[in-house]
Design a protein around this ligand. Structure first.
Ligand code: AMP
Length: 285
């Protein structure tokens, strides 16, 4: 496996792979790799001739006061994991290599970026959009692997690829969880042990919401109250940003609940801001 630091070298690597008839899979990450990332990597290795894992803590997607400096970094461990899983290359550029000049380009995803994470973290989705567009531009025609864990990010990336006719197939991959339901996240490293013990409350709240829908509830406020009640019962949990159910593709509210839905939650727990989500489907009457 090769570790590539330059944009031009990454582009040449992928062009060479395609010129030989190979397909390219791209797994964009910010490093601190865990089993969630590795599930994306394994899927890409299974589906493509060549897999490139990008490791880049993207400053554009962090807002003021967020954890850009504290974000865990460890390139040599990450590269060893990528090699063991069969990646052909790790693309790990510096900030100066990715952004020789501070980008002035920003991206607006309309209603998709106005709600949920977009409402709380104004830099996040535009920053993700710019870096993902840039990675697709560097790598070229490929399949791009993204986790459902970051549902709104996945929705935005799908629209980015479709709206701009990028030569990319966006592949969504299911969330990998600990045995107690906590979604794996690099930010879980911020949790002290008592907070770690409390963290599965997000999954319990989401599961409660899903069960209410499966039991026939069709009013979003009732589902959301049920989730809020579960969250409120955990005294260690800090402020809840949202606990809601929306249309899975548009992220808009649906009344009554019908079609492909997504339940999403975000809350502060100690030093970590945790997000998670689960699907629910209501067939049309
Ligand atoms: P990150 O390094 O946090 O930017 O994540 C890189 C990619 O891994 C994103 O597409 C995430 O959605 C995905 N990812 C992160 N955590 C998980 C998880 N627990 N299960 C599946 N995918 C994940």
């Amino acid at each position: 496996m090769t570790i590539i630091g330059e944009v031009a070298a990454a582009r040449a690597f992928c062009e060479t792979a395609r010129a030989g008839g190979g397909s390219v899979g791209l797994v964009p990450t910010m490093g601190a790799l865990h089993a969630g990332h590795l599930s994306l990597l394994r899927r890409s290795v299974a589906e493509n001739d060549v897999t490139v894992v990008s490791i880049f803590v993207n400053p554009l997607q962090f807002g003021a006061g967020e954890d850009l400096e504290a974000y865990p970094r460890g390139l040599s461990d990450d590269a060893a994991l990528c090699a063991a899983e069969g990646a052909a290359a790790v693309f790990a550029p510096t900030v100066a290599e990715m952004y020789p000049a501070p980008p002035v380009t920003s991206l607006d995803f309309g209603g998709l970026s106005a709600v949920l994470e977009g409402a709380r973290r104004p830099a996040y989705l535009s920053g993700v959009g710019v870096v993902v567009a840039k990675l697709f531009a560097v790598v070229g025609a490929c399949r791009g692997y993204f986790g459902e864990k970051d549902w709104q990010q996945l929705a935005v990336v799908r629209r980015l690829a479709a709206d701009l006719s990028l030569p990319v197939e966006v592949v969504g991959c299911p969330t990998v969880r600990e045995a107690d339901g906590l979604a794996l996240s690099s930010r879980n490293a911020y949790l002290a042990s008592a907070e770690r013990a409390a963290a599965p409350v997000l999954y319990r709240a989401l599961s409660t919401g899903v069960k209410r829908i499966e039991a026939g509830e069709r009013q979003a406020p009732a589902v959301e109250s049920a989730m809020a009640e579960v969250l409120a019962a955990e005294p260690r949990l800090g402020p809840v940003d949202y606990a809601c159910v929306v249309d899975a593709a548009t992220l808009e509210r649906r009344e009554p609940l019908v079609g492909e839905l997504r339940l999403l939650v975000a809350a502060q727990l100690g030093g970590a801001r945790l997000i998670d989500n689960l699907p629910a489907t209501v067939p049309p009457p």
